[in-house]
Ligand binder design. Structure first.
Ligand SMILES: NC(=O)C1=CN([C@@H]2O[C@H](COP(=O)(O)OP(=O)(O)OC[C@H]3O[C@@H](n4cnc5c(N)ncnc54)[C@H](O)[C@@H]3O)[C@@H](O)[C@H]2O)[C@H](O)CC1
Ligand SMILES: [K+]
Length: 516
């Protein structure tokens, strides 16, 4: 599903109005009617309900006046509070404000202190609050009076339906600079906005509905929209159907270079993730002293002992063997549990520079690339990097806070600079491509915030590449399947679920998407 930033939505709006001749008031009418239809599904019969509509001075408020008119026509009790003066409202919003004024609806301007008591009483006795304070036009920190109103809405304990986006949430980034409305439902207009899927905005949106407001489809398809939301149907179309006559050699050869003394689990989970994602033949190359334990842990995986340092990490002497293994493989996953010895880091850089198969680079291999990202642009196939925010901070020189403040922007910039696919992990993983295309994941849960889930993701993405998916499709499908497997595992209890539980749930997640 495509998602529109505020600027893209404005442009789509502009084309609909100026080039197709659809009056802005018609779009606003459609927007308001779409919200009322949603209210009917929630609160019928509307004639028995009391609504409090909190409107701003912009077009989001305009949608609110349309909603007020239709609710009043259906016999509902409606009070409208306007955050500002009527005189400050212009354009299509003014048109609709004037109509409800003529209808005799109660419109109260919040312009002086005395009004606040009235707001409080209305909010307290309403069955539902409509948040039409601000939408895509909202910028920065909310003003003091908006904060006061947001606090009142959030404290009311009532159903709150946000029009387009909860007020206070940045439509592009999901950032909340001060306070934001905590909606129970959001009806977003035309196209969903990225900020509804990225935290903390995603948490403010509640149950999300995308409403058609009559924008010609050709306008949307004609736009170069680079932001996408990953949903199950998209992944269903990506995943190949396995031939009934398939044999293991057709499902790809995959090599994993991972592990060091004390970190054998990371290596095992990467290989197991690939196995459960359906890879045909997997070779796990790890320091020689780990081979015996890994062979016992992973019955179906072949193991390859590598030369090791005195501390039990992969030694420089293993470089040719790994490059040879990569040549005989469809994909190489490298990094989990490799440790932080300088010798191993140099080896990682040598392998990344020389390997001629697609790479999935994670964990300690990413740390090895800090300061050396120029190697990535010379890789023969577009490498997939899977940093968590800490690794991303190390690679970019930004703070973790700065990475998380605008995950889409940071991932996109890195993907462009490094000529790589960047999978920035975390709640709502972002997948970014060098051409600026971005995918935001929607599956997964907080139970996945536990050791080993990142290793599993590396294995899953590599396992999909092994089966013939492009690195592009494997990255997008991999993050969704990984999150969905987490959701399947969490059904038996979210807190305390392990990466191994997630890995075991990968086949069920894929079955849910594709039916195999
Ligand atoms: N998607 C569409 O095609 C349509 C969208 N519609 C609705 O219009 C809004 C966007 O309207 P716009 O006039 O551009 O801005 P907003 O109403 O979202 O916001 C302006 C409003 O907010 C106030 N404001 C902005 N920042 C702050 C702040 N930091 N603190 C306090 N107040 C702030 C500003 O003063 C204005 O009052 C879109 O979301 C849809 O809901 C159309 O109705 C139909 C077509
Ligand atoms: K809103």
């Amino acid at each position: 599903m495509k998602a529109a930033t505020a600027a893209v939505m404005r442009e789509i709006d502009r084309i609909a109005i100026n080039e197709y001749g659809i009056p802005g008031a018609v779009l606003m009418e459609n927007a308001g009617v779409a919200v009322v239809r949603h209210l009917e599904t929630m609160l019928a019969p509307l004639s028995e309900r009391k609504f409090c509509i909190l409107a701003g001075k912009g077009n989001n408020g305009g949608d609110g006046y349309v909603i007020a008119r239709h609710l009043a026509n259906q016999g509902a009790k409606v009070k409208v509070f306007l955050l500002g003066e009527k005189a400050a409202v212009g354009g299509d919003a003014r048109l609709n404000l004037d109509i409800i004024d003529l209808m005799g609806l109660d419109i109260i301007e919040i312009t002086h202190e005395r009004v606040w008591d009235k707001v409080k009483v209305t909010v307290t006795f309403a069955d539902c609050l409509i948040d039409a304070l601000a939408g895509t036009g909202f910028r920065g920190e909310p003003s003091d009076d908006m904060v006061q109103l947001i606090d009142m809405i959030n404290a009311a304990g009532k159903p709150v339906v946000a029009v387009d986006i909860p007020s206070g949430v940045d439509a592009d980034t999901g950032r909340v600079y001060g306070k934001a409305v905590q909606a129970s439902h959001t009806v977003t207009l035309g196209l969903p906005k990225p900020g509804l899927f990225l935290y903390p905005g995603a948490e403010c949106a509640g149950q999300l509905t995308v409403a058609d407001i009559g924008i010609p489809a050709a306008i949307v398809t004609g736009q170069e929209i680079k932001q996408n939301i990953i949903m199950a149907d998209m992944i269903g179309a990506i995943l190949p159907r396995r031939s009934p006559a398939a044999h293991k050699g057709e499902n790809g050869r995959l090599a994993v270079v991972a592990g060091s003394r004390g970190l054998s689990g990371a290596a095992a989970m990467t290989a197991a993730g690939a196995l459960r994602a359906g890879a045909g033949l997997i070779t796990l190359a790890a320091p020689a002293s780990l081979q015996a334990v890994l062979a016992v842990k992973l019955t179906e995986v072949m193991t390859r002992p590598l030369a090791e340092t005195s501390a039990g990490a992969v030694a420089q002497a293993a470089v040719q063997e790994i490059i040879g293994l990569a040549s005989a493989s469809d994909v190489l996953a490298i990094g989990p549990g490799l440790g932080c010895e300088e010798e191993t880091r140099a080896l990682v850089r040598a392998v990344v520079a020389a390997a001629c198969c697609p790479l999935v680079i994670d964990a300690d291999a990413l740390n090895a690339l800090a300061g050396y990202t120029s190697i990535l642009t010379d890789c023969s196939a577009l490498p997939v990097l899977t940093p968590h925010p800490g690794e991303m901070a190390r690679l970019t020189g930004l703070s973790i806070q700065a990475v998380n403040a605008d995950r889409v922007k940071v991932a996109r910039q890195a993907a462009g600079e490094w000529g790589s696919i960047v999978v920035l992990k975390g709640a709502r993983t972002v997948v970014a491509f060098p051409d600026g295309e971005v995918y935001i994941n929607t599956s997964g849960n907080a139970g996945m915030a536990t050791g080993g889930t990142g290793d599993a993701l590396t294995g899953i993405i590599a396992g999909l590449i092994a089966q013939g998916l492009s690195s592009h499709d494997a990255a997008v499908a991999g993050v969704y399947i990984h999150g969905l497997a987490g959701d399947v595992a969490a059904a038996a209890g979210m807190v305390g679920m392990t990466a191994t539980d997630l890995i075991k749930a990968v086949p069920a997640a894929m079955y849910g998407i594709k039916g195999y």
